[in-house]
Design a binder for this molecule. Sequence first.
Ligand SMILES: [Zn+2]
Length: 203
Amino acid sequence: MLFNTKYGLVSVNPDNLIHGHIPTIRTAVNRKEYFKNQLLFLYNNKYDFEVDSTDRHKGRVTLICPIHGKQSVDSDSIFLGSGCPECNKFWEKSNTFYLIKLFNENESFYKLGVSYITDNGKVRRFREYKALGYNIEVIFIHTFEDALQCKEFETKLKKIIRPNLYKPNKWEYNSSTETFTNELLPTILENIKYDIVSTSSEN
Ligand SMILES: [Zn+2]
């Protein structure tokens, strides 16, 4: 049976679907197209890609950066979310999901997002929230093996919080798609419990 996913057409046995098997690239009708669409999603269409091999652990991908042009990147690195090696000289990844509470004497809300762990073991984005005058309570942190899984998880949660977004008083942007009101926390925690089997929480 053929059906469409956001990365392309897959061919699956209906019995497997009934048993909850999620389609993967192995079932893709056109693996190169599927692989390329995964990368376009991971990088929000920031780069283009030429895919010669869909081997996740030995292959290389040509990333086309709008600034630096063609860059050859190995497939393991590309799926850690490091992007163009010229734009990102320190190989910073995008595979750590975080859920935090931000608060001060005037406000209290939650924020989710994706970042990476710095050398001192802290999530890189946290210093920006401190600089804005918020205290941080870490609710949940999880580093994924693969940035694509991390992004898919974040995207799912962003859809859930969309009707209950909270616009912080002090914020670096005019809008926020990652901050939400307190009453949604139980739903988000349920999703974390259900989707992430191996938990690694930190206080
Ligand atoms: Zn670049």
